[in-house]
Ligand binder design. Sequence first.
Ligand SMILES: C[S@@+](CC[C@H](N)C(=O)[O-])C[C@H]1O[C@@H](n2cnc3c(N)ncnc32)[C@H](O)[C@@H]1O
Length: 366
Amino acid sequence: MPIKDLHVKAFDEGTIVKLELFEEYAKQWLPTFIMSEHKEVWIFDFFAGTGYDIAGTAGSSIRILRQIKNQIGNIFQRKIKINVFFNEYDDYKFEELVISCNRFLEENKDVARAINVIFRKCDFNDLFHKCLSTINQYPSLVYLDQNGIKFIADKFILELEKTNKTDFLYYISSSYFWRFGSTKAFKNVIDIDMEKVKQNPYKYIHVAILNHLKCKLPNESALSLYPFTIKKQSGMYGVIFGAKHKRAVDKFLKTVWDMNKLNGAANFDIDDDNTKLQLDLFDGKKFNKIETFAIKLREKVLSGNLKTNEEIYNFALDEGHICQHASQVIKDMKKEGLIYYCEKSPLINYDQIYKNRRIIEFKLIR
Ligand SMILES: C[S@@+](CC[C@H](N)C(=O)[O-])C[C@H]1O[C@@H](n2cnc3c(N)ncnc32)[C@H](O)[C@@H]1O
């Protein structure tokens, strides 16, 4: 399998998108746990790289430290123990990683005092199982920024599935599957039906891998998986986000919809939504992702399948949409005289539903 060394040159545009997603998610994740009842949390960056690329752009490790710095006041106030675990197996990169992180900690002594940093120079293959009990025991944010694809195999992802307070972000070089997915080496990682996958355009290869992984989860699994496809000059890559908690999913979806307001699922117009804005003279109007969701949600409400803010919120998350999209549909339906609710807003958000337990029913006006 081809392996590419990222640090001998500057990060490309797609890599920066990935790193921004990693960092933005850390920014969302940290305050949730710092302000919670938990006393100890862990962040694992299993493929940590060197800290910076050759042009001085921060990699995953420094971005994690930066976001911890961002929360420093709350961390001291709440007295939460934050453990940050950096692993990199390459000798040279490991040395660079330690130098970069220690320099950051030297320059940010408050961060150094607030956290416990652990460096490891191990092969992930040997390390992962040793870390599982910690991942299982504490709220953990796990970054798996591998080169290639091999660590997406069942023996890793199904172990993460068994943990309950873990949010993970997996990076995969998805287009390798397009080229080599039918070979034995790839089949050993994921036995994906490439003939079926190739019935869809190449740009959906990352989504196809995600769908394959979803099918491998146990039937009763509470784990939600979401894709973010990253198109680069060299091919299709992507992040797979996984978490069991709704608040985590909510935060991930907010992050990706902020990054791409058109589809919240890629760093480009993956579904050609921009072209759907114009009326198609032959086929009639084509609906973009947000409009398609609105139509689906309206039907579900009008048919009585979805009645409460809680049901609608869960439907939005399952469909990969943020709660604002669902709220807009419900507000429009109220304005159109299709439904009734007495509150000022439809209360379709995590805090109202799961923190305050304010459950409301939307009544159909016949
Ligand atoms: C995609 S890069 C990660 C980049 C890093 N997260 C950053 O932001 O700079 C993958 C890194 O994982 C390391 N790596 C590859 N295979 C590994 C393994 N089996 N165990 C540990 N590290 C590995 C590589 O040396 C490389 O630095």
